[in-house]
Design a protein around this ligand. Sequence first.
Ligand SMILES: [Zn+2]
Length: 73
Amino acid sequence: MDCIICKNGTTLAGIDTLTFEMKGHLIIIRDVPGEVCENCGHFYIDSEAAIEVQKKTKRAVAEGAEVEILKYA
Ligand SMILES: [Zn+2]
């Protein structure tokens, strides 16, 4: 797809590390699948991955981890 950020690149399948801050918890999730703009590097998360990442983040917060580093897969 075309990148909506730089409007100058196309995206390729890739992975990225995402960081979330929620209620004072810091959750880092590695190897999240999505698409990366070949021009500006902006990461677009897959819609399925977005749901999974949300679940993982909520679970980690519920478990009370102050800082949690997870792998997506
Ligand atoms: Zn771009």
